[in-house]
Ligand binder design. Structure first.
Ligand code: PGA
Length: 253
């Protein structure tokens, strides 16, 4: 059975002190036990917090993730952080292709493929984001947009490498806007994505793929969204910055 996952994407929020406090609060709540033993908890703090937070969480129960990584393995790339560096401080997953990275930092499928490959080569898991902007949904090309985002990166991987992939569907119009996709809209796209995977890697691989929903997900709406058969959890932005709210989402399962 595929795993449910609730991942907190802290984005560029909290300084080290605040971030450490938040991580400790989440750790304490997770230690009390989760409603569902098949649900994994992931947190993705800013780079500067990773090494410190890694020392203060129960690594059996919380997976430490990064929000990005370099597209090159090492060398003269000023300001970049490599997958190996992340791995060395306890990072086990990397969010890639977030719409903010695609829109503000020009991340193309070509760049993302390099990153995804490096993440997998180093034994980490990519949390690969896809999703359409509002104009694309309104002109009814959202399925094609997501298909292209997934095919151009994930479907160029070998079947073996693909096994490490986690997918996050995040309609861009729902991110940070307070406007959540309806549970039906999420289910519809998740089922579409799973069918694409069936076509490329087969039914077993599709069945084993965790597909997260992201976009204004909070404790009050998570239960309904997560109740859909193809929604296996969430990638949470704003609501992951308050420990009780975040755990409310985790315990929606
Ligand atoms: P949000 O962000 O929950 O604040 O909408 C989600 C995301 O960008 O991953």
């Amino acid at each position: 059975m595929r795993k449910n996952i609730v991942a907190g994407n802290w984005k560029m929020n909290t300084d080290l002190q605040e971030g450490l406090k938040l991580a400790k609060e989440i750790n304490a709540l997770v230690a009390k036990g989760l409603n569902d033993s098949n649900t994994g908890v992931v947190i993705a703090p800013p780079y500067t917090h990773l090494a410190t937070i890694n020392e203060h969480i129960d690594r059996e129960k919380i997976c430490l993730a990064a929000q990005n990584c370099a597209a090159e393995a090492k060398g003269a790339y000023t300001g970049e952080v490599s997958v190996q560096m992340l791995k060395a401080v306890g990072v086990r997953a990397v969010i890639l292709g977030h719409s903010e990275r695609r829109a503000y930092y020009g991340e193309t499928s070509e760049i993302l493929l390099k990153k995804v490959k490096l993440v997998i080569e180093n034994g980490l898991k990519p949390i690969f984001c896809c999703g359409e902007v509002l104009a694309e949904r309104e002109s009814n090309i959202h399925f094609n947009v997501v298909k292209e985002q997934i095919e151009s990166v994930l479907f160029t991987l070998s079947a073996e490498d693909y096994k490490r992939v986690i997918i996050a569907y995040e309609p861009v119009w729902a991110i940070g806007t307070g406007k959540t996709a309806s549970a039906e809209q999420a289910q519809e796209m998740h089922a579409f994505i799973r069918q694409l995977i069936v076509g490329k890697f087969g039914a077993e691989a599709a069945n084993n793929t965790t597909i997260l929903y992201g976009g204004s997900c909070k404790a009050s709406n998570a239960k309904e969204i997560f109740s859909k058969p193809d929604v296996d959890g969430g990638l949470i932005g704003g609501a992951s910055l308050v420990a009780e709210e975040f755990l409310g989402i985790v315990n929606a399962f």
